[in-house]
Write a protein that binds this ligand. Sequence first.
Ligand code: IPM
Ligand code: MG
Length: 391
Amino acid sequence: MAVVASAIPEKVCGVVMEGRILLLAGDGIGPDVVAEAVKVLECVNACGRRRYQTSEDYVGGAAYDVYGVPLHDDTMAKAKAHDGVLLGAVGGETWESLPFSLRPERGLLALRKGLGLFANVRPAIVFEPLLHASSLKPDIVKGLDIVIIRELTGGLYFGEPRGIQRDKDGQRVGVNTLVYHEHEIRRLARVGFEMARLRQKKVCSIDKANVLEATGLWREVVSALQEQEYPDIALTHMYVDNAAMQLVRCPSQFDVLITTNMFGDILSDEASMLTGSLGMLPSASVGDVSSDGRRHGLYEPVHGSAPDIAGQGIANPLATILSLALMLRSSFLDNDAAHAIEDAVVRVLRAGYRTRDIAPTGGDDAQGVTVVSTQAMGSHVAHSVREHWHA
Ligand code: IPM
Ligand code: MG
């Protein structure tokens, strides 16, 4: 594994060890990008008031190769024992012919389910220096700052019955089930409403209530919760097909979007392109808040494992570095460090550094831009964190 755990003593100059982070780099470009987040974390350890200790393990295809399963029970236990998990990516052609239950993706899904991470928070923010990297016109995406909150442990991904069966004529039938219990809808919606309270106080709930009963219930439960507990939040509802269209027509009409597991998977990939590249989008998967105010969570870039570019030094590590910032803020309440990292990312982009996926292809836009490798991008962010901490 490319990632090397940072060895930090239990107490450094009177600073008590604050957090334990499990690194699951996974497959494809996962190890490339997680290694860069570790570089940045080392700067946080060197500069900040808090210290983070890391350990590593395997997930996905990498875990299958070592343990024969995409998520070993011991890895699950380790994930539960850590305060936060930083994951790279899972999947790749190598493991595509395996039975469904052994595929890399099952490891990630088991981790989400096992840790009770029912809400996946996917912010889509357009960084001003990347305005021209979006495939949409700059005036449509300028200043964009929306959050998609995707239900993560229910719906079509987990509903029973599922599988491939035979009907009475011997034909094969593929079955998945869309199922939502009221409490699953309510707890997800609550995350959305709470987040909206800290933002523009607008929630748009995405469903397909005109066709699917399960999402008809979704709409009903979300509306009732808003009336009872969140009258200060402006709630609207939208069918998913319309939402897909509105996201590219006028994305700034949204603030917080809440939706089902499957719809959220699709819409968040779409939203990532508003920001210029899938390589820019971080995500946080969170469960309930514990009594000390912390949220146990799994943090991962939205992009996949991109095996075709793994190990070549061209993957964009920023989504993973930004996922680390989300972790420090959300699981460790370390706003200082989260800000330091996010500001460093903006400074590095302003200075013109780009990985290939966010680099302009030519013309005036290419002026002042330097295309850098995965490792150089990580080093620039780390350097900037170090230079500007508390400046
Ligand atoms: C994502 C991914 C995963 C998902 C896959 C890898 C299982 O696409 O996190 O969006 O579908 O949830
Ligand atoms: Mg996806």
